[in-house]
Design a protein around this ligand. Sequence first.
Ligand code: SDX
Length: 420
Amino acid sequence: MAKIATLKLPESECELPILEGSEGERAIDITKLRAQTGYVTLDNGYMNTGACTSNITFLDGEKGILRYRGIDIAELAEKSNFMEVAYLLLNGNVPNNKELKGFEQKINSFGQTPQALQKMIAAYPRNAHPMGVMSSLISSLSAFYPELLDQDLSVEKREQVSCLVLKQIQVLSAAFYRHSVGKEKIESNAQLDYASDFVHQMFGEVDETVARAIDVLLILHADHEQNCSTSTVRMVGSSKANLFATISAGISALWGPLHGGANQQVVEMLEQIQAAGGGYKKFLEEVKDKSSSTRLMGFGHRVYKNFDPRAKLIKKAADDVLTRLGVQDPLLDIAKGLEEEALKDEYFVSRKLYPNVDFYSGIIYRALGIPTNMFTVMFALGRMPGWIAQWKEMVEDPSMKICRPRQIYTGAQLTSFHRP
Ligand code: SDX
């Protein structure tokens, strides 16, 4: 028997169905609220609003749980690799050897960038922020694949465009990096796995430790249910815009410092603390001072009110990678000091502010030789299969509707036009 919620309004009552997810999350289905009552709901920042049902990723913010298709990310980070995880997110099952090989071959078949895009890369200033470049280049791919722009792609073409974007974000980001440091582009090597091929295209040689660290970081960033950039992908994709435009929008949303851009902000924050003598206690006083807009970047999360499970895994990976590479980074000690101090400070404890995915990731990227302004591109590289999986789940849903929220108008009432 479906459970019902009864809403008492000043002038009426209405009954609304209660929906329960496979992990016990419950929602009041308000699909018919306006038709039944004339009311809409208002929810600044969608803090209490579910935009969709999804089978892809489950996270529990109170318990610090994150699973892709039911598998815990710690197990995937330890036992799997990024291409297996990308397949899992896109198709719902861990691929067998034949499926994985076919998937990788299809992705690698898109390793060539159109000549015109390579000229575009050369035309960008070397100090352009790579997120702005990636957003425009991914959208520009639409000019070269008109056959992949149909509003209702076949299953085969959907798979094609997905594999194309998964490959091109890797190739284009490495190609822009090489341009930004004044070096020749390095062509993709299809004999290498995805992470190793990225390292190869970035730096030439492939260090095992570096490639495996990047593989794990890509896995940990691969999806995170309805975060800001994924919701942007769903919003844009719901108008039946093509995948190039949809992903370009996701990249733009991720760029924001409150979202994926935080990993770059964290390292810049740590560098500022270091330059000021390393006094992180003084910095935390500034963060707690309501008159200052300073935030402890890499801390806090809309959903996690406990440790972000990814932050724990990335912190451990940071220790491992820096030790293995013989890198001593004072910023890691400052980050650890900040975390230790914040976790016993009432300001952070009372607001349930813990390290999130962005707090330690930049430390590893630095040790791997990746420049700070590429950190958020690394986030986009990892999140690509998640964005595409969420887009695919939405466009394959026959009940998909264009996303169009309502509002409560608070502006001027009817008035006539008068020139002052
Ligand atoms: C990502 O959603 C996802 O899943 C995102 C993500 C993913 O994988 O896709 O996990 C990736 O975006 C991680 C978050 C990266 N952003 C940062 O690290 C930026 C720093 N963090 C914050 O700006 C903030 O915590 C947010 C944006 C992450 C969440 O903000 P909310 O949920 O809107 O909370 P809020 O801004 O309303 O803060 C609530 C209170 C406020 O204090 P009061 O007004 O109650 O006194 O907590 C304070 C805030 O001032 N607060 C912080 C803080 N974060 C929140 N104070 C100092 N430093 C911080 N980092």
